[in-house]
Structures are given as C-alpha cells and as structure tokens.
Ligand binder design. Structure first.
Ligand code: 5AD
Ligand code: SF4
Length: 456
C-alpha cells in the first residue's frame, strides 16, 4: 500500500484541491498519513500570493531532502500556484522533486500522473534494494490514460474525517479575469471560467447525502458566476443550492465588490435557514486613489453603500474583509482613510497584509518610496485597533442563544464550534456533538473566541 502526505499552503481553493486529490488517492487504495516520515509520496500544494508564502514553500521543499536519504523511492511532487510559473526553477533547484504540476493545468492529467506514480511506487516497494536503485535511475514520469469515472477533481473535495465536522469545499469556478494590479492569481490560475450549475448541484446533493454539514462554495470572484449552459447567475445558484433538502449550511468566498448585487443578499435573507449570514467582502484599501491604482474598479463610497445594503437586508450578518497595507503610493492620509473605514464599518474580522510585489503583475513596476518600517508600523497599529473592534463586535453575542456547528475537539479539551458567521465558539461536551448543529448560550467573548454552553 502507498502512503501519501499532503502539505497545503494558501487559500481555500488549495484546501479544496488537496482534499479532492486526497479523496482520489484514497479511492485508489492509498493511505493518507499525518507525518512526512511515513509517506512514500509527498505532495506540496503551494501558494504564490505573497513572497513570504513562496519562501516558506521553498524552505519546506529543502527540508524534505532528509526523508529521501532513507527512502530512495520517495516521490515528491509540487503542485498549485507556484508550480504554475516556476516549474523549471523548482526542478533544477531541488533534486528531490520528481514532478511539478501547475494550478492552471488540467486536473485530469494530474489524476493520470498520480495513477502512474502510485503504480511505480508499488512496484519499486516490492523490489530488493539493488533492484530499486536501478529503477530509480529512470527519472521520467508520464501520464497515461486511465479509465476515468471519477471526473470530479476540479470541483474540489469532501472532507470526511470521523472525528471532525464533515466539510465540503466546492469550486464553482476557476481562475480570475480581474487583474487587480497587485495580484498574481490570474497568472497562476488562468482565465475565469464557471462550472456547470447541474454539476455543482449534483455535488452538493451527493455530499449532503454523505453527511456534509458545512458547505463552502469557492471562487476568486463568486458573484460573477454564470452557468455556461443556462446563463444562471450567482443568486440563482445560491437559491438552487438552498432548495436542496437536508441538514446543512452554506457559505461562499469570495465576492468582489464590483459585482455585488442586491439579489444575492435578498436570496440570502429568503433562505436564511441554509445560507449563512456571512459575507467576506474584500475592501483592500479605504483610499479611492489606491483603489484605482489597484484596478479594483469601485470606490469607497460604492463599497460603503454595499455595506449598508448588507446591514439592511441581513441585519445580523457577520462581515469580514481583506486589507493591503503599503501599496505603492500609499501615504499616511491614504492609510488613515483605510483606518476610517474600519472604524465606521466595524468588521467582525480583518485579514491584513503588507503589500508584496509579485512577478508579472502591473504593480510590480510601480515606484514605491515608503520604507518597510513605516508599512510594518501601519500594519501593527491597524491590527491592534482591529483586536478591540473584534472584541466589541463579539460582545454583542453575550447572553444570546445562537446556532453553532461543532467542528472538532481542540488540544485544550474544549470543543470548537462556529457560528454561521464563522466566529469561533468554545464549548464543553461529548464527541458525539461533533458534526452536529447545537444551540449555544454565549457567556463570554474575547477578540478571537466566544465561550458558551450547549443548551440543546
Ligand atoms: N500583496 C499583499 N497582499 C495580497 N493579496 C493578494 N495579492 C497580494 C499581494 N501582492 C491579498 C488580497 C487578497 C488576499 C487573498 O490576499 O488582500 O484579497
Ligand atoms: Fe486577485 Fe483581484 Fe482576482 Fe481576487 S479579484 S484573485 S485579488 S486579481
């Protein structure tokens, strides 16, 4: 039997891909292991969004060399976003990497490549060590056609862990056409393309039948979804998903403010039993000058109007956002405008990053005079302020009874649950509560966690 290990970096699209690949390998009879040292095949699913993410991946690949010493037939494969544009470099730089497969390549090819690799590992494992050495010298690996009744990799994966919540990550589209001037995604994941509505609905139904409680619809720009056959838009898709029978809830990431329309919010309000009142609404900057340079194609005023729509149609919605600090040309005044938006909207969660220049992007050519120390200081101040805002926001739950989904047991002994707004809730209880919806009375709130007790 072949043991495999997958290391996943980056966004939920990568989590979905890793899960799908893992399911595929398990269907082939392979066993997923939790430690690299037990693996015959190691896959690294990479992220290129910021330079730091890339550095982490490169040092990790280097560290894996030690496992190759004792297990000569160990196969290491690099997949995902970095693999899309640094194939040659990775193969040249790391002796231990046997194949590199990019995020915009056809996943069916990866399927047949993995199939070949598994056969090869099985063969080599059954040989003596002298015979193994001879075989390993032949380096080339090719994908062959395999009988393929599981053409599901592109839609992502269903996580069916016995001791954790059953989650389904479903890609409703791939790629991105927006070309925000800082972002590498259109280059690593390719052009935007939506998957078939019927195929997505079948997937949701199947995963619900398999016990999925937590479904996330994924895309770089979900609200520009268009069914290739019927032209149905994102709100139609949400409506159809919400009409599927069963005990589950649905979230989606991420919409783009340029494509936000009220019909999506109206459908969310109408089907609030299934569609979580949670919106991740990436702002990036509170300055119109910077938004324009970022090619975001909306203004702060437009964004704030959309926040008003959300508050009006979904009064209890949880709203989170992404912020980039230190984009080229960002002055103290521009930065302050971003802080002002944080103060006025009071997001429940803010993911903030220092701008990182990326190859191929337009902004990589922009002049940037702001020293890194200034940027770091701005980020620190913004994050400190947001901790207080999160605390304030979370306080509104204290004394209330809210529906939560129990995810897993933490190492501190508590059960981790989440609200429909993705807020962490720590509770006490037995393992049989895992993967169940429960009503929780909230007793205490911090910036990161709510603490409560199960009522039913
Ligand atoms: N530098 C910093 N942050 C970035 N993001 C995307 N590209 C960059 C970059 N070059 C952030 C954006 C996006 C989130 C997923 O990552 O905020 O919404
Ligand atoms: Fe990147 Fe912009 Fe596309 Fe998001 S919408 S993936 S930030 S280019």
């Amino acid at each position: 039997m072949v043991n495999f290990f997958i290391k996943t970096y980056g966004c939920q699209a990568n989590v979905a891909d890793s899960q799908a690949i893992s399911n595929y390998l398990q269907n082939l009879g392979c066993c997923r292991v939790e430690k690299e040292k037990h693996a015959d095949l190691i896959l690294i699913n990479t992220c290129a969004i910021r330079e730091k993410a890339e550095q982490k991946v490169f040092s990790y690949i280097g560290e894996l060399a030690e496992f190759k010493v004792n297990k000569k037939y160990l196969q290491v494969g690099v997949i995902g976003c970095i693999a899309s544009y640094r194939k040659k470099e990775i193969l040249n730089r790391f002796d231990n990497v046997r194949f590199v497969f990019g995020a915009k390549e056809d996943l069916y090819k990866l399927q047949s490549l993995l199939h070949d690799i598994i056969l090869k590992i099985e063969t080599i494992k059954s040989l003596s060590s002298r015979e193994q050495n001879l075989l390993i010298k032949r380096k080339s690996l090719t994908g062959s056609q395999i009988a393929d009744d599981k053409k599901i990799l592109h839609l992502g994966g269903f996580k069916n862990h016995t001791k954790e919540v059953k989650q389904s990550f479903i890609n409703i589209m791939t790629g991105c056409n927006n070309y925000c001037s800082y972002c590498i995604v259109p280059f690593t994941r390719g052009r935007e393309s939506s998957y078939s509505l019927d195929e997505i609905l079948d997937r949701v139904k199947r995963d619900v039948e398999l016990g999925a409680k937590d479904i996330t619809l994924l895309g770089q720009n979900v609200n520009s979804y268009k069914d290739p056959q019927s032209n149905a838009n994102f709100s139609k898709l949400l409506e159809k998903v919400a009409q599927i029978k069963g005990d589950f809830w649905v979230k989606f990431v991420s919409p783009h403010p340029k494509d936000m329309t009220k019909d999506v919010l109206e459908i969310m309000a109408q089907y609030s039993d299934k569609l979580c009142s949670y919106i991740h609404h990436p702002l990036q900057s509170g300055s119109n000058k910077i938004l324009q340079a970022m090619n975001r194609t909306y203004t702060v005023e437009k964004y704030l109007e959309q926040i008003d729509w959300i508050r009006e149609l979904l009064p209890n919605a949880t709203i989170s956002t992404d912020i980039i600090i230190g984009f080229p040309g960002e002055t103290e005044i521009d930065y302050q405008k971003t802080v002002d938006v944080l103060e006025s909207v009071k997001f429940d969660n803010v993911y903030s990053f220092i701008y990182s220049p990326r190859k191929y992007t337009k902004a990589a050519l922009f002049k940037d005079k702001c020293p890194i120390d200034v940027k770091l200081e701005r980020l620190k101040k913004l994050q400190q302020r947001q901790v207080d805002i999160c605390k304030e926001q979370n306080n509104r739950y204290v004394g209330k009874i809210i529906k939560c989904l129990v995810e897993k047991r933490l190492t501190n002994g508590k059960l981790l649950a989440r609200t429909e707004g993705n807020i962490r809730v720590l509770i006490s209880g037995n393992d049989d509560k895992i993967n169940k919806f429960v009503q929780v009375k909230i007793e205490n709130a911090g910036a990161v966690n709510l603490i409560g007790s199960i009522i039913v």
